[in-house]
Design a protein around this ligand. Structure first.
Ligand code: SAM
Length: 277
């Protein structure tokens, strides 16, 4: 049954507030499935199954699917429409508030390894990505439909880095596998989308530094876009400019460099050279 029919049948209206843009394009759906490289042994976490269009395809191709939906009306639709499906475990709740790894473990044989496949609600994309990247056990693959601009930011390289590309690339290797036009959704969003795939590393880079320290320094560096690194780091970390200048020199970074020009290795060397405030 198609999305329009389901909405009519259950007397539902898409809720903009919950980022409800339903996939109606077969090529776009296929692009998500292809990027996920699904195998019959896979354990999947889907965020926001909506009316269950992607969910059904996931249950056909993987061993076990845990889906988390915030909207109870949509959860009822999925329960009803996919009642014949044995390997789907639907949970009603907020993905940002629950312990998704325990949930997967409860329903599927194991949460290690697992993949995340989702058409993400746009209003929480960055929070969800952060949570998936930072919470152990991490998935080994994330395939998400996101705003095209978010995918472009995630795959950015120097001199166009940003805090999202630093975070994503610390944990994994991102690629934009498909561009998806706004017309692929109902209702049609204002911007185009893209399929973002992140292959996670077995462990994040620079474990000796620690991700808290790494992000403390990187966030400080990106904190004031117009300022050079010396000014941004000194004011955001509460350090003397001279100490920052010496640390940049020790890390072999140009004193006039800006945050977006730095590679991940540069941030790591900088963390090692900067004094703690
Ligand atoms: N998967 C469906 C599809 O592709 O057509 C729907 C995708 S729609 C972009 C996003 C879905 O996420 C909606 O079903 C929405 O209700 C759900 N959602 C929004 N916020 C959520 C949250 N915090 N936790 C879980 N699901 C959420």
């Amino acid at each position: 049954m198609d999305v329009q029919q389901l909405l009519r049948r259950y007397n539902l209206r898409p809720r903009h507030k919950l980022g409800q843009n339903f996939l109606v394009s077969t090529p776009a759906l296929q692009a998500v499935l292809d990027a996920a490289e699904l195998r019959p042994t896979d354990t999947i976490l889907e965020i926001g199954p909506g009316l269950g269009v992607l969910t059904r395809e996931l249950t056909r191709r993987a061993q076990c699917v845990t889906a988390v939906e915030l909207d109870s009306a949509l959860a009822s639709v999925v329960r009803n429409e996919l009642s014949d499906t044995q390997n789907l475990h639907l949970h009603e709740g907020d993905i940002l508030k629950l312990d998704h790894a325990s949930l997967i473990e409860r329903h599927c044989a194991s949460a290690r390894p697992y993949k995340v496949v989702a058409n993400l609600p746009y209003y929480i994309t960055s929070f969800v990505l952060r949570r998936l990247l930072e919470t152990e056990p991490r998935p080994d693959l994330i395939v998400v439909m996101v705003q095209k601009e978010v995918a472009e930011r995630a795959v950015a390289t120097p001199p166009n880095m940003n805090l999202l590309s630093v975070a994503v690339q610390l944990y994994g290797c991102p690629e934009m596998t498909a561009a998806v036009p706004a017309a692929a959704f109902i209702p049609r969003p204002e911007v185009d989308s893209a399929v973002l795939r992140i292959r996670l590393r077995p462990s994040p880079l620079f474990t000796d530094i620690g991700s808290d320290r790494f992000f403390e320094v990187a966030s400080a560096g990106f904190g004031q876009k117009r300022k050079g690194l010396i000014n941004a780091l000194s004011s955001n970390l509460g350090l003397q400019k001279e100490d920052v200048r010496v640390a940049l020199e020790g890390a072999q970074i140009e004193p006039l460099a800006r945050a977006q020009e730095l590679k991940l290795e540069d941030w790591a060397r900088l963390c090692q050279n900067l004094p703690h405030s």
